[in-house]
Ligand binder design. Structure first.
Ligand code: XLS
Ligand code: CA
Ligand code: CA
Length: 439
């Protein structure tokens, strides 16, 4: 098969002093960090949709990038060319995983039957390529937001017929995910939300979404899927209000409907910031609830109110992300999926490579710095010390649940007034982080 990215080399580690745009400056896959190789801390994945499908079209203009890879777009020949391009790309970048929506890998046909035939054909081809290269599927998903039938949602639609189409798509996407030995299955509720409560029965819609997820779990388990299901929270866009607003909301929903044993969360940086949180906040919320499953590794632009899906370049953010991941004990079935696209004027094949090199290096550097913060110990020690009044005496009794309001009130009355609680020392801690980051 002909090479597609002809003038682009296999990308290797050359170190921070390298000026070669097609070399890693920080991502050194076999370097040991905190006892394991970087590549195990950083299970990078390629998002089929951005990397192999998206051309940079926006609502003001058509695409600028050519993603035909030598075939006529919209054909099965093109679907195969994208597989060839994807596997060559992953090989050259040293990326182990990929993720896709059903309609990223084949053009959708007029009938479910024909689309499914196409999915069978392409997944045979992907499977062959996986066997030949050792690349793996991180997660699969069904696109239940682009087709006009989903204008009012998929699980949350008002139409029982549309709901059945969503079910059919999920069933097939699960079949393919299992066939390709995927480690996860994602629900991103693209249009699971509402524009106005004047036409919406919120409780009804939430119950129906939960029912669809329950049926997906039952079906997935029945065909041998042992991986994790994920909800990927996002507060808005395309809907004004999306039900999976943020990590906390999604966790509440999963618990409410008894789905929390099968589901974890896929946290996307750009979605967390759209929800008015930091990326680190949503990672922490997921982690402390035992629900940090996987990560969509990108970044937004805080000056813009939408989902820009940029390649991560902000090392402060990647450091705090890897700090959370290390503290959570790593990503078990999950990975770091670059749900990221080049800016519209960065339209060349070279730019595709450079985007991933930027993202992978930003995370490698983040990992190095997060490990350094942990090894340095000052931040962790400060936090431990900050709560030390709960280690003995009345504090220990509170933590053990061995007291009551009357006893605490009596204790407080005896004290008269508590001592000041101690400085939060934010500036001191920020300067420690800076000195680690920039040394
Ligand atoms: C869109 C989402 C989407 C999911 C998968 O904003 O990020 O791409 O990751 O459906
Ligand atoms: Ca995403
Ligand atoms: Ca996104």
């Amino acid at each position: 098969m002909a090479e597609i990215f002809k003038n682009l080399p296999k990308v290797r580690y050359e170190g921070p002093k390298s000026t070669n745009p097609f070399a890693f400056k920080y991502y050194d896959p076999d370097r040991i960090i905190l006892g394991k190789p970087m590549k195990e801390h950083l299970p990078f994945a390629m998002a089929w949709w951005h990397n192999l499908c998206a051309t940079g079209a926006d609502m003001f203009g058509v695409g600028t990038a050519d993603k035909s890879f030598g075939a006529a777009t919209g054909t099965m020949e093109h679907a195969r060319a994208k597989v060839d391009a994807g596997f060559e790309f992953m090989d050259k970048l040293g990326i182990e995983y990929f993720c896709f929506h059903d309609v990223d890998i084949v053009p959708e046909a007029d009938t479910i039957e024909e689309t499914n035939k196409r999915l069978d054909e392409i997944s045979d081809y992907i499977k062959e390529k996986m066997a030949a290269t050792g690349k793996k599927l991180l997660w699969g998903t069904a696109n239940m937001f682009s087709n006009p039938r989903y204008m009012n949602g998929a699980g949350s639609t008002n139409s029982a017929d549309v709901y059945c189409f969503a079910a059919a798509q999920i069933k097939k996407a699960l079949d393919i995910t299992v066939k390709l030995d995927g480690k996860g299955y994602v629900f991103w509720g693209g249009r699971e939300g509402y524009e106005t409560l004047l036409n919406t029965d919120m409780k009804f819609e939430l119950e129906n979404i939960a029912m669809l997820m329950r049926m997906a779990v039952d079906y997935g388990r029945s065909i041998g899927f042992t991986g994790d299901f994920y909800i990927e929270p996002k507060p808005k866009e395309p809907m004004k209000h999306q039900y999976d607003f943020d990590a906390a909301t999604a966790i509440g929903f999963l618990r409410q409907y008894g789905l929390d044993k099968d589901f974890k969360l896929n946290i996307e940086a750009n979605h967390a910031t759209l929800a008015g949180h930091t990326f680190q906040h949503d990672l922490r919320v997921a982690a402390i609830n035992g629900m940090l499953g996987s990560i969509d590794a990108n970044q937004g632009d805080l000056l813009l109110g939408w989902d820009t899906d940029q390649f991560p370049s902000n090392v402060y953010e990647t450091t705090m992300c890897m700090y959370e991941v290390i503290k959570a004990g790593g990503l078990k079935n999950g990975g770091l999926n670059f749900d990221a696209k080049n800016r519209r004027p960065s339209y060349t094949h070279e730019d595709m490579f450079i985007g991933f090199i930027l993202g992978m290096d930003s995370f490698a550097l983040g990992l190095i710095k997060a490990a350094a913060i942990i090894e340095d110990g000052r931040v962790d020690n400060f936090i431990r010390e900050r709560y030390s009044s709960f280690e003995s005496g009345i504090g220990a009794k509170i933590r053990a649940g061995e007291t009551n309001l009357a006893e605490l009130a009596e204790y407080a009355a005896k004290l008269g007034a508590p001592a000041m609680p101690g400085s939060g020392k934010q500036e001191y801690l920020e300067s420690i982080v800076n000195s680690i980051l920039f040394n």
